[in-house]
Design a protein around this ligand. Structure first.
Ligand SMILES: [Fe+2]
Length: 153
């Protein structure tokens, strides 16, 4: 796989660790055993899921997606949906941050966050199983050069 795709892949891998931690905290949210420290940790983890690194990651993926659109690759519906996902996640980020100060119950917060994680997981799945392999197959050196010129580390 192209080294830039490997880089995106390893970012996903690191995210999965945070998501696993989040799921543990959510379980405690739901059974009522979550204290204030757990609550803080949950919102810190959520914030880390949509910080600067996340925005850069999505921009880098978009660079590749645009190059892929310029090829004759038969585009899969799920690849077309990736852009919409990226825009959606940016919007949801603000809503998730606002949850902390909202009057929602822990169960309500847990269900919103779980919903988000489910979407996020599906999104990564489409990227890893459909989008990245297609990019690897269809982009040539010239495409990758364009991507690399705008890539943000
Ligand atoms: Fe991604």
């Amino acid at each position: 796989m192209h080294p830039l795709l490997e880089e995106l892949h390893s970012y996903h891998h690191d995210l999965c660790t945070s998501i696993a931690q989040l799921r543990k905290l959510l379980a405690r949210f739901k059974d009522g055993s979550c204290d204030d420290a757990g609550r803080r940790e949950l919102f810190e983890l959520l914030a880390s899921l949509h910080g600067d690194a996340e925005a850069r990651h999505h921009r880098n993926e978009e660079l590749i997606r645009l190059q892929l659109l310029a090829t004759r690759a038969p585009l899969h519906q799920r690849v077309l949906e990736i852009e919409r996902d990226h825009q959606g996640f940016a919007r949801i980020a603000g809503q998730l941050a606002a949850l902390e100060q909202s009057g929602h119950t822990p169960e309500e917060i847990a269900s919103v966050v779980e919903d988000y994680l489910r979407h996020y997981h599906d999104h990564m799945d489409s990227e890893e199983n459909i989008f990245f392999p297609m990019a690897d197959e269809w982009l040539d050196d010239q495409h990758w050069q364009v991507v690399r010129q705008q890539w943000q580390h």
